[in-house]
Design a binder for this molecule. Structure first.
Ligand code: SF4
Length: 844
């Protein structure tokens, strides 16, 4: 198996014809490319990665159009190459703060999905049980008619919207205005609920406000990096390149990795802790216990900037490493060693992702990571901070714009003056802004649809028939006669096949808009080519619907007064004015010239803000905060009065939580812990990456992971066809034996049915989607579903008889015993170019 420093199987160096040295590497076999080492506090060197379709040279490209990646939350900046009105490749942008020219495998190859032959090109409408093509007027009139009927007969509560982390800021903002002030419904959420809701909630609980405190540049300065449930190598490969380059340079950082799988992060870690599922809070409480016991607490920082220290210290007093070792099934000495590293760090950067967010006690655990940073006083300085990461590229925008569970601009739905201020921006009466309760979370929206109170569900840019838990139930909801379902997407997804109306959408590079990555960097993504057929941007579709519905403000003017992406952006800027996510210093023109810029960005602060909380905690005061918070264990709301008493001066809240065991535990019938997750070559439900040849070939089919000891216990071996069953359903896949912790079974969750004969559900070969097996259960605070805590059994279906597991060998699914397992390579079609010089005629 090639490592990230080995030459790739298909590397080559090209003769330079343009003044720069170009080399090529198989970026499927070598996902992270070659190293460009640098030292602590140094500048991350430039390395420009590019991939052009076979036969196309850089000289032949008509135009390079700037954008950023829409396949993960790192937001890698790139230019799209256009020849003859068609996308032919991509090139990283050397001058961008996020990636300094580098691209990951999904960035390099994912654009080809735009050209898929099964793109939706006309609206479709269900007629006598079948979806048939129609024109836009027919489709949108049908939707507007149904909306009016439902508003008349059942009120706004009968309308629900479920959107994505794939649309652009301008589109989310327009959707939020339409749903909230136009229709008056509170049933609006994004699939970011499955992914990032806990990040937002943990930031709100601790800092009183959403918004990522740290910056990706903190990797350049930290001496200890702690990754909690964050397989950065696969979820943010370019950020992982930054870490690898630090590791290869002088004064490398030390890594703490918390993950039950043998991820590339774990392989590079100084300490790797692989806890039992559902025990993150126990582990974190033990780490905090050690920090307090050894008095590695920055008391001056804690006294000046936090409340709640005594309660936290009391809560973790009995949480010794020995206690946690029994709960988490990790050696107590490893916990002690990790605590030593965390406690001794001069500059500590912690990051968190799905291993925490999709697990039992998600928000409670994420808050304990915030607590760790606060106790150590590691905030607001280079190399010190916490990144409560996002999974999706535009997750941050759903949060800013109020297209998920928040009011736009991080306003507090319980604070009358925040609601009045939003009503002022929209020029409507405050009663037109639904604020009788928090926005309805996604799983509750589906439950209302199941129970019949939601009668129209408009789903944009997401595929719940694969991504939500307990799929047989989701399919039943979407198939209900009484539910009118609109699906707006690029392809005939599993969900689209169950819809009443399907709207063909344009995507990345076919439309213009902005989006914000995980560290608050805003990029402008420009239209490079026309969308196929009659497909239209999500913004155009929403604006057309708003026109047909004729929404008006209190002066009788159109409620949605903008008409294109730039005017939508300008409208949003007004909504963001004076708020934590202030965008008023940004314009399309500035973003064109400067690349990515981090919010808050104002005319007084035109270069944006690298880190939050450099000078104390900014938004936690009772009159300013976005939420008064919840009890981390029960989810019960904290009242305004309680919050005022707890935190009158607006400091960070050191919020404690006791460990409670997960609801679903293993039994004799279901002896394994089920873990599901994302992997390197795919994104989401594979709607795009499954249509990019190199990515699909690298991981074409679902697989099942088990440890060697567990495989022995079950009498199964590498390549055997096995079935994973839970009380909800089952999935079949070929076995990969890895270094995953004993007692756990892992399923990648990308696979659905669109490329199987059945199209939208399991066929005769059994289930393929991991969510056939997962349970509808959610974190009490963030309402994020628990995809990583369940009990399962595994049975043999058929011996391998020469068949091999389709799991990649380059990642966490690397075989424990590589003998007889063919390495994952991409071959000549996956060779991407890189250069570390400045080619003539190209942007450096
Ligand atoms: S693949 Fe995971 S991290 Fe990415 S958007 Fe989906 S849930 Fe979030």
């Amino acid at each position: 198996m090639p490592s990230e420093t080995d030459p790739g199987t298909h590397s080559r160096t090209d003769a330079a014809t343009d003044g720069a040295t170009h080399s090529g590497t198989d970026r499927i076999a070598q996902p992270w490319g070659e190293r460009t080492p640098y030292g602590r506090d140094g500048d991350w060197p430039v390395r420009v990665d590019s991939y052009l379709a076979p036969g196309i040279t850089a000289a032949a490209v008509d135009r390079w159009v700037p954008t950023a990646s829409l396949l993960h939350s790192n937001g890698d900046a790139m230019d799209v190459a256009v020849v003859g009105g068609r996308i032919v490749g991509v090139r990283g942008r050397a001058d961008d703060r996020v990636n300094r020219g580098r691209l990951g495998p999904k960035d390099l190859f994912g654009w080809q999905a735009n050209h898929a032959t099964d793109r939706l090109t006309t609206p479709l409408i269900r007629h006598r049980g079948r979806l048939v093509a129609c024109d836009w007027d027919t489709a949108l009139d049908r939707i507007a008619e149904r909306t009016r009927h439902l508003l008349r007969e059942h009120g706004p509560g009968s309308l629900g919207f479920y959107t994505s982390g794939q649309l652009f800021l301008e589109e989310y903002y327009t959707l939020a205005v339409i749903a909230r002030a136009g229709l008056g419904t509170n049933h609006l959420d994004g699939n970011t609920r499955l992914c990032t809701a806990t990040a937002a909630e943990a930031l709100k609980e601790t800092f009183g406000c959403d918004g990522q405190p740290a910056s990706l540049t903190d990797v350049d300065h930290a001496d200890v990096l702690a990754l909690f449930g964050h397989n950065m190598a696969e979820t943010q490969p370019v950020l992982w390149m930054r870490v690898l380059d630090r590791l290869a340079g002088p004064d490398p950082p030390r890594l703490v990795c918390v993950d039950p799988r043998p991820t590339p992060v774990a392989r590079h870690a100084t300490v790797h802790l692989a806890p039992r599922s559902g025990t993150n809070v126990a582990l974190l409480n033990a780490l905090l216990h050690e920090i307090v016991r050894t008095d590695r607490v920055d008391h001056a920082f804690v006294d000046a900037h936090t409340v709640g220290f005594d309660e936290l210290a009391g809560r973790v007093a009995d949480c010794t490493p020995e206690w946690a070792a029994r709960v988490c099934d990790v050696p107590a000495r490893d916990i002690g060693e990790a605590a030593e590293l965390l406690g001794g760090a001069e500059r500590l950067l912690s990051t968190v992702l799905q291993g925490v967010y999709q697990s039992h006690q998600a928000t409670a655990a994420a808050c304990q990571v915030n607590n760790l940073q606060l106790l150590r006083g590691m905030l607001g300085r280079p190399g010190c901070g916490v990144l409560q990461m996002n999974g999706q590229p535009t997750a941050e925008n759903t949060r800013e714009c109020g297209a998920n569970g928040d009011l736009p601009g991080f306003r507090n739905w319980e604070n009358a003056s925040h609601v009045a201020d939003l009503a002022r921006v929209w020029n409507v009466d405050p009663s037109r802004v639904p604020h009788y309760a928090p926005s309805t979370p996604a799983l509750q929206i589906f439950r209302y649809a199941e129970q019949g109170s939601i009668r129209m569900l408009w789903i944009s840019g997401t595929n719940p028939a694969v991504s939500l838990p307990e799929l047989h139930r989701v399919r039943a909801v979407l198939g209900r006669e009484e539910l009118f379902t609109v699906v707006q997407d690029l392809y005939p997804t599993e969900t689209a096949q169950l819809a009443d109306v399907v709207l063909p959408a344009a995507t990345w590079a076919e439309k213009t808009g902005t989006f914000t990555n995980a560290d608050r960097t805003v990029h402008l993504s420009e239209k490079a080519v026309e969308p196929p057929g009659e497909a239209r941007s999500d913004l155009d579709i929403l604006l057309d619907y708003a026109r047909r519905m004729d929404f008006r403000d209190r002066d009788g003017r159109p409620l949605v007064g903008w008409h294109d992406p730039e005017s939508a952006f300008e409208a949003w800027k007004e909504c963001s004015r004076g708020r934590p996510c202030d965008h008023t210093g940004l314009t399309y023109e500035r973003l064109r010239g400067a690349g990515g810029i981090q919010w808050p960005c104002t005319p007084q602060n035109p270069d944006g803000t690298e880190r939050l909380y450099t000078d104390g905690i900014t938004w936690a005061a009772p009159d300013d905060c976005e939420t008064y918070g919840r009890d981390l264990v029960t989810g019960a709301s904290v009242s305004e009065t309680e919050y005022r008493a707890l935190n009158p001066d607006g400091r960070a809240v050191l919020k404690a939580a006791e460990y409670v065991p997960p609801h679903e535990t293993t039994t004799a019938e279901y002896p394994l812990q089920l873990n599901t997750g994302r992997t390197l070559y795919h994104f989401h439900t594979r709607t795009k990456t499954g249509r990019a040849p190199q990515l699909n070939a690298a991981a074409p089919e679902v697989w099942v992971e088990l440890s060697a000891a567990e495989a022995l216990r079950h009498g199964v071996a590498e390549g055997d066809l096995v079935e994973v069953t839970t009380p909800r359903g089952s999935v079949r896949g070929r076995l990969r034996v890895t270094g995953i912790r004993d007692g756990m079974v892992f399923l990648p969750f990308h696979y659905g049915y669109w490329d199987t004969p059945e199209g939208d559900r399991p066929g005769k070969d059994g289930g393929r989607a991991a969510n056939e097996t997962t349970v509808i259960d959610w974190d009490p605070v963030s309402k994020q579903p628990l995809f990583k805590t369940g009990a399962a059994r595994l049975t043999l279906v058929e011996r391998a008889h020469g068949a091999v597991s389709p799991a990649p060998t380059t990642t966490a699914s690397a075989p424990a015993d590589p003998r007889g397992v063919p390495p994952t390579t991409g071959g000549p079609s996956a060779v991407a170019r890189r250069n570390t010089g400045t080619p003539r005629g190209e942007r450096p």
